[in-house]
Design a protein around this ligand. Structure first.
Ligand code: HEC
Length: 421
């Protein structure tokens, strides 16, 4: 107890007089960290908005926060910090524990200014109007078959000239069923046949042969609705771009429709630096072939050539499917120093996201970027799509595998280390 009080910075006498109450201590934590998903239209299985919502399952809330199962965030925060990272502070976890031990006291609603309406806080997003809103051409009907669906959609932009995009936002049309999405850009016009095509469709092999203009414009998972680049930095989108939206729909027992959309915000001030993408994938593996044998655990490595300039990394997005277990990426400088990018010890297919570094991350000229990904193709892996296990190799559909990593970056400028995202 003494240790806890010390960490909370609260003296024992104060605590004795002031019990930990919901409105005073707990609501701000729930509003900031939980309400975004545990609210109407959110992905969480129940709401955490009122005292009753939280008190009713307070022991459960204490347990999942102590285990650090909630809020979900797969990357190791002792390896690198991100602008969009989620997680409770040690003190906050302890406060919840104490509150529950003291009997989940409600307290006085109007007592403090910190009493916030959790839902309005969860929805406090940037009010700017998008410059271009792009919707799926037709609403897609998610059947009531209770199986998950992986579908591709072709969305023309109608852009007649190049534009500079400084923020991107994805809005799922139906949060009940849209599980996650990946948005790519094609400029060849040859992917128009993708309307609602299934992830397992053999014709996809044809499309895969066409190199994408942008293999990863944006990746959406619940609670990660937007990316905004730092001041003066933007991503170029060419005239005649078409978006390819890849949507993963959750199994549904009722028929649902979805027409998801993406919002693009154009740069209003002159753009000094253009976002570039460093995309590393199976072709860069240093221990090929990319074959994950049945009943085996395999690890693959990627290594780049030395960088020809100093760069500032903005974000990283690792990508694997259901056999993926761990993912680690970093750079080694010519002096032998480590620049940590990401470490995921327990890969979760459901929580793939664009991890935006807390400040721009300098990677000096001459550095080599390395990645390591491990896969479990045994039957002990509960997510293995095949029982008995089969040999698995590269493919876009989720029963095949991928090892991919997208790093957004700009050329380095002095002072970038201080640029907060
Ligand atoms: C990014 C979205 C997201 C955030 C943020 C989030 N949750 Fe959840 N939560 C979910 C989803 C999705 C599930 C159901 C799937 C699962 O259990 O993983 C869930 C499940 C739960 C469960 C049930 C766990 C179980 O085993 O059934 C509890 C309790 C919970 N969340 C509490 C919280 C609390 C408390 C917070 C804030 C500290 C929080 N969640 C933040 C998405 C979220």
């Amino acid at each position: 107890m003494k240790k806890i009080l010390f960490m909370l910075g609260i003296s024992a006498s104060v605590l004795a007089q002031t019990p930990i109450t919901y409105y005073e201590h707990i609501q701000p934590i729930i509003a900031k960290n939980c309400a975004v998903c545990h609210s109407p239209g959110g992905v969480g299985p129940f709401h955490l908005l009122t005292y009753e919502d939280v008190a009713k399952r307070s022991k459960f809330v204490a347990k999942v926060t102590q285990m650090r199962y909630m809020p979900p965030f797969p990357a190791d925060k002792s390896f690198q910090h991100y602008a969009n990272e989620r997680g409770l502070k040690e003190e906050e976890i302890e406060l919840i524990q104490q509150w529950v031990m003291q009997g989940s006291v409600e307290g006085q609603k109007a007592k403090s200014k910190r009493v916030l309406d959790a839902f309005s806080m969860a929805n406090d997003i940037n009010k700017r109007v998008p410059d271009l809103t792009l919707k799926m051409q037709n609403a897609f009907t998610v059947p009531n078959t209770g199986v998950e669906e992986f579908r591709y959609f072709h969305v023309p932009t109608g852009l007649k000239e190049d534009v500079m995009v400084e923020a991107i936002e994805f809005l799922p049309g139906n949060r009940k069923v849209v599980h996650h999405s990946r948005v790519m850009v094609d400029t060849t016009g040859r992917m128009a046949g993708l309307e609602g095509m299934q992830g397992a469709d053999p014709r996809l092999a044809e499309f895969q042969r066409i190199p994408m203009a942008d293999e990863f414009l944006y990746g959406w998972v619940p609670g990660n609705d937007k990316i905004q680049f730092p001041q003066g930095v933007a991503k170029k989108m060419s005239a005649n771009s078409n978006l390819i939206m890849y949507l993963h729909y959750s199994p549904s027992a009722t028929t649902q429709t979805d027409q998801s959309e993406i919002h693009l915000y154009f740069a209003k001030k002159p753009v000094e630096r253009e976002v570039k993408s460093l995309i590393l994938h199976e072709q860069h593996i240093t221990n090929p072939p990319f074959l994950i044998k049945a009943n085996e655990k395999s690890t693959f490595y990627i290594s780049t050539k030395p960088l020809t300039e100093d760069i500032s990394a903005i974000s990283i997005l690792p990508h694997m499917h259901f056999l993926g277990k761990t993912f680690k990426a970093f750079a080694i400088t010519p002096e032998g120093d480590l620049v940590p990018f990401i470490k995921i010890d327990n890969w979760d297919f459901n929580w793939q996201m664009t991890y935006q570094f807390k400040t721009l991350l300098r990677v000096p000229k001459g550095s080599v970027i390395l990645a390591e990904a491990s896969y479990d193709n045994t039957e002990e892996n509960p997510l293995n799509p095949f029982k008995p296990a089969r040999d698995v190799t590269f493919g876009w559909n989720t029963t095949s595998e991928m090892m991919e990593m997208v790093i957004y970056y700009v050329s380095y400028q002095p002072g970038d280390e201080k640029v907060k995202q």
